[in-house]
Design a protein around this ligand. Structure first.
Ligand code: CTP
Length: 396
């Protein structure tokens, strides 16, 4: 990701490594970022707001209630302004507060109020870092998509040595500026259910929430891809930086997807497309009667198979929702539809649909990888990493 023109909010928490943070702000600005700084009360014991005002060329709000902020709510303004939030140094205390979602000062509140990616550069005593409480907080934060840079191993303030040192400012800037694994790649994602009309007011649909597909689209965007999301009706906002095309029926999803597929490098079909649609939907509302009602269903077009069949089409990834023989059924789909990869999950009995967590078995022609149960955003990041690696090796 290039930092040129990016709005980077730097949070400084109270550790001795805070003495490096003004230097970090300078280096971020050298890389083209527009930087604003928020200090916690304990950070102010180590460094002053005035220092950061000078190096960032912006005023440094210190409290939650800032009369100078237009709305009187600095946290909301800053949360919206930030393209990226970087906390450096991040103390054990800061990690604990983020993990539980505390909101008792400006920095913790704006982190809770922002959808911007969050990056932490931890710095603390090596025993505090290794403590199970800190490691549990790290795991929780990572599962929500928070990225950790460091800590590095080296001499700590107390003349001890071990993991706990904040990375050097230039190392942090280099890690942030590194292009993602999908930089320059265009990714097309389908997500959500489709609705197939029965009559003017009724439809046939399924329980898909769209959460997995939206998480995949967000993860691909974070990996640097240009992402188009063809979405059935869901109650979710489009992830930041993703172009969304709204559709309702399988036929509409087919048309919208094919219009974009030729220009896509990677196609990921997460949508729970209806396999059948009423053959002859009634134009007006069907009236109730005592007789049984037969609705004839016809197969819809298999969008995934259609994209996989394109000459020079994208690298194609399907999903398989299975109740039995998950791996064997998914491998059969991989082969039958001519896919590059398939991500299989077990559904039913409280798994897969309408849940926050999921687990996947990802298969390709000569390999497989299990992705353990995790919240959908974290799982999507792992899946996108795997897709990026297979995509990079596609012609080898
Ligand atoms: N898919 C699609 N278009 C359809 C149906 C499915 O693009 N009309 C895609 C889904 O997005 C998913 C994969 O195909 O990536 C699912 O494969 P499919 O064979 O449809 O799975 P099931 O419907 O579960 O098949 P079956 O009922 O045979 O298990």
């Amino acid at each position: 990701m290039s930092l040129d023109g990016k709005h980077v909010l730097v949070g400084v928490t109270g550790g001795i490594a805070a003495y490096k943070s003004p230097h970090l702000v300078r280096r971020l600005r050298d890389a083209g970022a527009d930087v604003r700084v928020v200090l916690t009360a304990s950070a102010e014991r180590f460094v002053t707001a005035l220092t950061f005002q000078t190096v960032s060329a912006h005023p440094v709000p210190t409290g939650l209630w800032d009369p100078a902020a237009e709305t009187g709510m600095a946290h909301i303004e800053l949360a919206r302004w930030a393209d990226l939030i970087l906390i450096a140094p991040a103390t054990a205390e800061a990690m604990a507060k983020l993990a539980i979602g505390a909101a008792d000062d400006l920095l913790s509140t704006l982190c809770l109020a922002s959808e911007a990616p969050l990056v932490l550069a931890p710095a603390m005593n090596r025993i505090m870092w290794a403590h199970p409480a800190t490691q549990a907080n790290r795991a929780t934060l990572e599962s929500r998509g928070v990225r950790f840079l460091g800590p590095g191993i080296g001499t700590l303030a107390e003349a001890e040595s071990g993991p706990g040192r904040m990375l050097e400012p230039l190392e942090i800037v280099a890690a942030l500026a590194e292009p993602g694994p999908l930089a320059g790649v265009s990714v097309l994602v389908t997500a959500g259910p489709t609705r197939e009309p029965v009559d003017a007011v009724r439809y046939v649909s399924n329980r898909s929430s769209g959460r997995m597909g939206y998480a995949v689209a967000a993860a691909a965007a974070r990996a640097g891809a240009a992402v188009t999301l063809v979405s059935g009706p869901v109650a979710l906002a489009a992830p930041a930086g993703v172009e969304r095309v709204d559709v309702e029926t399988a036929a509409e999803m087919h048309v919208a997807t094919m219009a974009k597929a030729a220009d896509a490098d990677i196609f990921i079909a997460t949508a729970a497309v209806a396999d059948y649609a009423p053959a002859d939907p009634a134009a007006s509302k069907i009236k109730k009667s005592d007789a049984a009602l037969d609705i004839k269903l016809e197969p819809t077009v298999d969008i995934l198979a259609a994209v996989a069949a394109l000459a020079d089409g994208p690298f194609t990834v399907g999903f398989a929702a299975e109740t039995d023989d998950v791996e064997a059924n998914a491998r059969a789909k991989l082969e039958k539809k001519g896919l590059d990869m398939i991500a299989a999950n077990r559904v039913g009995a409280g798994q897969g649909f309408e849940t926050d967590d999921n687990a996947l078995t990802v298969l390709w022609s000569d390999g497989r990888k299990d992705l353990a149960r995790a919240p959908k955003p974290a799982l999507a990041m792992q899946l996108v990493d795997l897709i990026a690696r297979r995509y990079a090796n596609r012609n080898r």
